[in-house]
Write a protein that binds this ligand. Structure first.
Ligand SMILES: *[C@@H]1O[C@H](CO)[C@@H](O)[C@H](O)[C@H]1NC(C)=O
Ligand SMILES: *[C@@H]1O[C@H](CO)[C@@H](O)[C@H](O)[C@H]1NC(C)=O
Ligand SMILES: *[C@@H]1O[C@H](CO)[C@@H](O)[C@H](O)[C@H]1NC(C)=O
Length: 194
């Protein structure tokens, strides 16, 4: 029917538009390694079903970012899941562009190209990742804070950025505050994507 066609064209437009915006997203120009250290994972924005289906069940985790001597970044993620601490460690390879990194998920095999789009090193960081595997492409935006709380302005900035990259309003998520993991625990293999 023409209504179905119209809604298909609208959807196609939204997809093309989000891909176009995505290719225009660039890392912050003066990016540097002050990004190192501990960050709280405040927000997540994506239309990817693997995250959307867990809406309301994802806890606020933390990341510890450690620059490696070769310019790559080590990312150690910790969160509490069902009363148990989970940790996942991965390395994001540097690229020729400062603030842009590449990694491959051991769990899903997706190539992730991550850009650190907007950062104020003592306050917040906003990242944009384009994940691809064969025909499957999805965007994941994340918001990090040095504190477990971020201002309403920064949250709104993240929301607006996410809408511009094609994420649906209901898929912009902010996590409930959590104490996170105690520091003494085992490092488990990657069990969920980070
Ligand atoms: C949560 O933990 C409890 C107790 O350890 C366990 O019995 C239950 O199966 C766990 N649930 C999930 C979804 O992992
Ligand atoms: C990252 O670098 C390692 C070696 O340093 C390489 O084996 C791996 O394929 C690289 N990953 C990506 C996604 O480029
Ligand atoms: C990718 O798309 C092509 C063309 O539409 C199709 O033939 C192929 O089976 C798809 N591959 C996967 C892994 O879905």
């Amino acid at each position: 029917s023409s209504a179905a066609m119209a809604s298909f064209l609208t959807l196609l437009g939204a997809v093309l538009c989000s891909l176009m915006v995505s290719s225009q997203v660039v890392p912050q120009a003066d990016f540097d390694l002050q990004i190192a250290g501990k960050w709280y994972h405040i927000g997540l924005a994506t239309n990817a079903e693997r995250y959307v289906s867990r809406r309301g069940k994802i806890n606020m985790g933390t990341y510890v970012i450690t620059p490696l001597p070769n310019g790559d970044l080590d990312l150690l993620y910790s969160s509490v899941y069902n009363g148990t601490c989970r940790k996942m460690d991965k390395v994001a390879n540097k690229t020729d562009v400062p603030g842009k990194y590449r990694s491959i998920s051991r769990r899903t095999g997706h190539l992730s190209v991550l850009s650190i789009v907007d950062v104020k090193y003592d306050e917040y960081a906003l990242t944009h990742a384009v994940n691809t595997k064969e025909n499957d492409t999805y965007i994941v935006n994340k918001l990090y804070g040095r504190d477990a709380d971020l201002s309403a302005e920064v949250q709104e900035k993240f929301r607006q950025f996410s809408l511009q990259t094609g994420v649906l309003p209901e898929n912009v998520m902010f996590f409930p505050k959590s104490d996170g993991c105690p520091s003494l625990s085992l490092v488990l293999p990657e069990v969920s994507s980070c």
